[in-house]
Design a protein around this ligand. Sequence first.
Ligand code: GLA
Length: 373
Amino acid sequence: MGWMTWNYFADNIHEKDIREMANAMVTSGMVEAGYNYIFIDDGWQGGRDSRNNIIADPKKFPSGIKALADYLHRNGMKLGIYSDAAQLTCAGYTASLGFEEQDAKTFASWDIDYLKYDYCHAPLDSVTSVARYTKMGNALRKSGREIVFGVCEWGQRKPWHWAAQAGGQLWRTTYDIRDKWKNLSSEGNAEGVLDILDVNATLHDYAGPGRWNDADMLVVGLYGKPGPSGDMGGVGMNDTEYQSQMSLWSIMASPLIATNDLRNMNEATKRILLNKEVIAVNQDALGKQAERKVHDGTWDVLVKPLANGDVAVAILNRSEKTKNYKMDWEKLGLSGSFEVRDLWEHKTTGKGKSWKGQVRAHETKILRLKKSE
Ligand code: GLA
C-alpha cells in the first residue's frame, strides 16, 4: 500500500512536493491505515555519471534520493523507485538495460525498498521480456538489500505465469488505468475500472502471499484531473464509482496505491481511502484474491475467504439503474447462516442464509460474513 507520483505529477516531480505528500500521508492518517510506501515513478532520472552510475536529476532532487529515503524511513515510510528494461523509460528518461547490476547496487546504496520495472521501448516477445526481468530480479537479489520487485509489462505476456520466477512479487495485469468507469473502443489501449476488473478477476488462482496481481493505481479522488489518468477519455468518476474501485481492488487483493493529492482530500476521498474495514479485507493474512462467482452482465459477485474464517463478498451493480438484489449464500458455496456486516455502512445489517438490498448504479457493496451457526 502506498502513494505513487505518476497520475498526480506525471514526470514533473520534485523532492519538495514528494516530502509534502509524505507529510500529508502521515497527517491524513494514511500511514496509520497502512499506506506506507511512497513510489517515485518515471521522471526522476538525470542520466549517468562518468562511471555510468545512474543519477537523479539534480534540479528535481537537489538533496539526492538517499536523503529522501532517510527522511521517509525516519517517518515510518518506505521508498520505491522506477526504471525500465530498455535504454529509455516510457517517458524517455535513462533506463537500466545493460546496467542492471550497477543500478540495483545504486538503488540499494540509496536504501530503496521497491523497484517498479517498466517495459517501454523493449521487444514484444515473451522470451526477451522474461530474460530482461529475470536479469533485474537477480541483480536486486544480489544488491545487498531487500528490494521488492514490481513487474510492469501491462499483462501483455501473461506475467502471472512467469514473473514470480523472475523475482517479482507483483505484476501489472493491464495497460494503464485512466480515470473512468469503462473504456470506449475509440479511446485506444486505455483501461477503466470495469476493463481492469474483467481481466484481473479471472486471475485469482495466480495470487497469494508474496505474489500479487497488480490492477494499477487507485484513481480515487482525481476527479478527471488533467495528466496521465485524465488522458484517453479519463474524464473522472463520481464517488460511488471511486468507492467501487476501492471495494473491488481490495477484494481482489491488489496493491492499494493512491495517486491523488493527499494534501487536499475532500471528505468522500478520505472516507474511501481510509476505510479500515475494507483495507483489512485487502490486507488479510490468508492472501487470497477473491473469486468472481457471478458475472451476468448486470451483477458481479466476488468472494474472498479470510484468515479468521470470515468471508468477504462484494456485490457490484454494473447497470445504469438502482436495482434490488437477493443473494442466497448457498449459491456462492457458503452453507449455513451468517451475520452480515456492511463495510461501507460500518454496521451489522442482518443475519441469515441470504442478503437482500438495494444497490445503486455502479455501486459495490462490500460485506463481511461471519458464520452464525
Ligand atoms: C507506463 C506505466 C505507468 C507509468 C508510466 C511512466 O505507462 O505503465 O504506470 O509508470 O509508464 O512513464
